[in-house]
Design a protein around this ligand. Sequence first.
Ligand code: BTN
Length: 247
Amino acid sequence: MKIIRFNKINSTNDYAKKLATKGFNEGTIVIANEQTAGKGRLGRTFVSKRGGLYFSIVLRPKQKDFLFITVAAAVAVAHAIESVTNKKCDIKWVNDIYINNKKVSGILTEGGFTSTGNIDYIILGVGINIFEPKEKFPKELPLADSVFHNGDIKIFKNAVKRKIFKCFLNEFFKFYGNLEKKEYIKEYQNRSFLKGKKIKYIKDDKIFVASVLEIDDDAKLVVEVDGNKNVLSHGEIQIIGMEQLPV
Ligand code: BTN
């Protein structure tokens, strides 16, 4: 594994993408203490102040495997955080990590394709808010939080970060070696933050209100709408009763 470290960078995903297009191998990792233009899903910004852990991994998966990379990564992030704290991590479908109803981590996977439409690379980007940033999270992000709060941990901060990073890599690459086996799926289902909650989502320009039944073995969200079952494979959902939209 080749690890390239930055104190500050615009986005580790963007840098890793450049490396991937230059032919860098699977397992190349770009890691930073701070990002000035951290990217979230759906074109959002991911606030990436000092105190967090931000990294991106170049992967070159087999075509059919790539859908489960984020699912496996979410479980690995949950394990990594729980290796340093006894706070329980939930996974909000698709891939946000929550502690006590607040988001502490997000995952952004981006892909590059060959001219024949095959996957050339996937960049797996992970951001974990470990320590409370000095500037606090902006108030437009009421659900953003950090794993630890000021006063929880005053020393050994770097050791805590290192442990989370190492644990993530161990867990993730164990799963990644055999994504098809889906060894992570039961845990992904059991950690579901959405199960039993009422949600809203938009499909074909219409707003639906649904109850979440479960996550199936393909990591899809099974919901009930007006007495009918519906299966969602992607998209943005809003939990009714929680002030959102997502962070
Ligand atoms: C989200 O919550 O919508 C996904 C956030 C992903 C953030 C990580 S931080 C490391 C990597 N570099 C980025 O610019 N984004 C990802």
